[in-house]
Write a protein that binds this ligand. Structure first.
Ligand code: SAM
Ligand code: SF4
Length: 331
């Protein structure tokens, strides 16, 4: 256990069709969200158990009020080696510098297209200009670690934009990671035909930029990184065609305190309930440690073995168990 994804809210200001395709959702009540003090206590426990990377996510984490205060609180924890936040960038420009000053190490901004109309088609909102402004502000804010851009590549939607997106990232000294379209629980219209695999992505990129050199990494990272002839680098996250469950060291904590061992897991450990029932730190630490030790999930690998693979869950199943959804458990 070394990597914790912490969701700060299940709400979002976009409706990306591969994540939140429906019009209506049931949102978590404010009283059910972990408070900043609760988040801080839990993060301290996770750090004591070996976590070194913390990524704030959601839903859209920038929608959580007083976020900068929380970042400041968490950044002061000495064992934290990598402290990042993943955002869609819509509300980023006004807060990027404050986040850096509060101690955040790095931003990951999601960007699926450089074309405003396409962005709107994918996200159902007309916010492309704000996202680009957010990226430019983040690139100049002086974060200690390099800006990352994340693109979900979907056949017929944005798979012709890989070279342009790569160039856009390079011009901002950012590293882009191309993500294979995953059949996570919110992706109700997922189909295998829409997945552009790592191999295909490399072919597209090599056509424009020449040979790519795979980089050897010492640590377990979801992205396989490559270098181009000009020295610039990019990553591919092949969660659909080449899952990395064997090396997965990641846990997800939903905004209401449920701990999930895998994006595909149906059950989580309700840490908020235990925390609010007055369990001591030692008891909670014990619960988390045994939850981790018992973890057997290899969701993405099991999905790969499915014949006639279709969307992971139906709308009915999501309505019955909203915690299955990516935006609820933290992407
Ligand atoms: N709202 C923030 C954002 O979009 O960056 C953070 C949460 S979002 C769930 C985290 C990441 O998950 C985004 O980069 C998004 O593109 C990715 N994602 C969501 N659904 C996906 C899917 N079906 N396949 C692959 N990536 C997905
Ligand atoms: Fe919102 Fe991020 Fe999901 Fe898009 S991917 S709907 S921005 S949570």
């Amino acid at each position: 256990m070394s990597d914790l994804r912490l969701s700060l809210t299940d709400r979002c200001n976009l409706r990306c069709f591969y994540c939140m395709p429906r019009t209506h959702y049931s949102w978590l009540a404010k009283a059910d969200l972990l408070s900043f003090e609760e988040i801080s206590s839990l993060v301290t426990l996770f750090l004591a158990l070996g976590v070194r990377k913390l990524r704030l996510t959601g839903g859209e984490p920038l929608l959580r009020s007083e976020l900068v205060k929380l970042v400041h609180l968490l950044a002061s924890k000495p064992q934290l080696e990598d402290f990042a936040l993943t955002t869609n960038g819509v509300e980023l420009a006004p807060v990027a510098v404050s986040l850096k000053e509060a101690g955040l190490h790095r931003l990951n901004v999601s960007l699926d297209s450089l074309q405003p109309k396409r962005f709107e088609h994918i996200s159902k909102r007309d916010s492309h200009r704000q996202v680009l402004l957010g990226i430019d502000t983040a690139a100049q804010a002086g974060f200690p670690k390099k800006l990352k851009l994340d693109t979900v590549v979907i056949r017929g939607f944005n798979d012709d934009e890989l070279p342009a997106l790569l160039q856009f990232a390079n011009e901002r000294n950012a590293e882009i990671r191309f993500i294979e379209y995953m059949d996570v629980a919110g992706a109700l219209n997922w189909s295998w035909e829409q997945v552009v695999t790592q191999t295909e992505m490399l072919q597209h990129i090599e056509k424009s930029f020449g040979p790519t050199l795979p980089l050897e990494e010492a640590h377990a990272a979801p992205a396989k990184r490559y270098q181009l002839a000009d020295g610039s680098t990019f990553g591919i996250i092949a969660s659909a065609s080449a899952p990395f469950c064997e090396n997965c060291n990641r846990l997800r904590l939903s905004a209401d305190g449920k701990l999930f061992p895998c994006l595909y897991a149906s059950e989580g450990l309700d840490l908020k309930k235990e925390l609010r029932a007055g369990k001591t730190h030692a008891q909670l630490q014990q619960r988390i440690a045994s939850f981790w030790e018992q973890r057997r999930e290899k969701g993405a690998e099991q999905r790969l073995l499915q014949e006639n693979r279709k969307a992971f869950k139906t709308e009915k199943e999501l309505l019955e168990n909203p915690h299955l959804e990516m935006h609820k458990r933290g992407g």
